[in-house]
Design a protein around this ligand. Structure first.
Ligand SMILES: [Fe+2]
Length: 401
């Protein structure tokens, strides 16, 4: 393939832009036990003129997404300095957003979207027990009406934030979907053209600035150290930037939670439900959660940037049966969401991608919710393991606590 152009953002020192303090990454944890080992994909290898190098890369991706559902991506075209500028903007947001903007832009998750500002009191518009983290999410309407839908303090920097999201979508995610299309033995642009949504810098998906602050005793007692319940992402791919504060954990095949290690500058790529189903279960949507960090990081703030790539909303959730891989090997029906999906589609039409994501957002549960996080309510025991049990559109989802 022709070499991908590197990211070239608008200048940070254009007239009218206030000075922004640099983001200084906090120290990484000194703890080493209980960390996952993820495969790392060098995206620049896609540009190799040697077909054997590209073939090896596709095989490496195939293995990583079947085994782990998570992988590191490196050499994707954004430098560490450019990335740290984006973290500095997120840090600037949480230092400068006004109380008035927090109120005016407060999210409406009950509508099935995260668009806007999430207060640090749970996943409902109504404030609940403090959970200590804030988010701002940009969806299509937020890009289209920045003057009214984006915190005022960020207005001077929207050229940089928008360019960053366009590059993540149109270059990084597009190349990633090319690799995944090749694993399915489909044309390079199959997933980009037929599954990925378009029409804004984030398509029908969204970009997030999140800030997790250390929490007090009330929250720690209520959530038992959890910051976000175990879940799979509902979309196509999630691109999250590796950060020094280790809170992200993945559920291993050994049925234990493992921290994802810090790899400076790398993207952590995570497969969503849509891609598991499109791939006929050949790709694995891995369960993950956000948990308290190791003890030497308990008092640090964790800043996080994430891009959630979504599929076309009207598309039914179905396997790409044109895939020669699926035609030859069939679907992999013994795991996760695909297994439940098969049961559901024997008795009715599959949900659309929009239905699937909106129901999950609208009914999202809080780790601090002691009323529902109990056995017999939202929890059950399977093979001696406490599981969080949810049901969306007739599909049961069981997640380890
Ligand atoms: Fe997630």
């Amino acid at each position: 393939m022709a070499p991908a152009a590197p990211f070239s953002p608008p200048a940070a020192d254009l007239p009218g832009k206030p000075a922004v303090a640099a983001w200084v990454p906090p120290p990484a944890t000194k703890e080493t036990h209980n960390f996952a080992e993820l495969q790392s994909i060098d995206l620049a290898q896609m540009d190799s003129e040697d077909p054997a190098v590209v073939d090896r890369l596709v095989q490496q991706v195939k293995h990583a997404i079947r085994e782990d559902g998570f992988l590191f991506l490196e050499n994707y075209g954004i430098s560490l300095e450019q990335l740290h500028r984006q973290f500095a903007l997120a840090q600037y947001l949480y230092k400068n957003i006004t109380a008035e903007d927090k109120e005016r832009l407060l999210f409406h998750p009950e509508d099935g979207v995260w668009s806007g500002y999430k207060h640090p009191f749970g996943f409902k518009r109504q404030k609940g027990v403090p959970d200590g983290f804030e988010q701002f999410n940009w969806y299509k309407p937020d890009w289209e009406d920045q003057a009214n839908r984006v915190p005022t303090c960020l207005h001077p920097f929207m050229d940089e934030i928008e360019a960053f999201c366009r590059y993540l979508s149109e270059s990084v995610n597009r190349r990633l979907l090319t690799l995944f299309s090749r694993v399915l033995e489909l044309p390079d642009d199959y997933l980009w053209d037929n599954v990925q949504s378009h029409g804004s810098p984030t398509g029908e998906g969204y970009f997030r600035h999140a800030l997790f602050r250390p929490v007090g005793q009330e929250t720690r007692d209520a959530s038992k150290g959890l910051r976000m319940h175990g879940h799979t992402d509902f979309g196509l791919t999630t691109l999250l930037f590796s950060v020094p504060i280790s809170c992200l954990q993945i559920w291993g095949q050994d049925k234990e939670w493992h921290y994802v290690p810090y790899k400076p500058g790398a993207l952590v790529i995570n497969i969503g439900d849509t891609l598991e189903i499109v791939s006929g279960g050949h790709f694995r949507a891995t369960r993950h959660r956000v948990y308290r960090p190791p003890s030497d990081q308990l008092h640090e703030e964790r800043l996080s940037l994430v891009m959630f790539n979504s599929s076309q909303g009207d598309l039914p959730m179905e396997p790409a049966l044109v895939s020669p891989l699926i035609q030859r090997d069939g679907c992999v029906e013994d795991q996760g969401i695909y297994k439940e999906y098969r049961k559901r589609t024997t008795v009715g039409a599959p949900p659309t991608n929009r239905q699937w994501r909106e129901i999950q957002i609208a009914t999202c549960t809080d780790p601090t919710d002691q009323e529902h996080n109990r056995i017999g309510v939202h929890q059950t025991i399977v093979d001696g393991q406490i599981m969080h049990q949810r049901e969306y559109m007739g599909m049961k989802v069981l997640l380890p606590v």
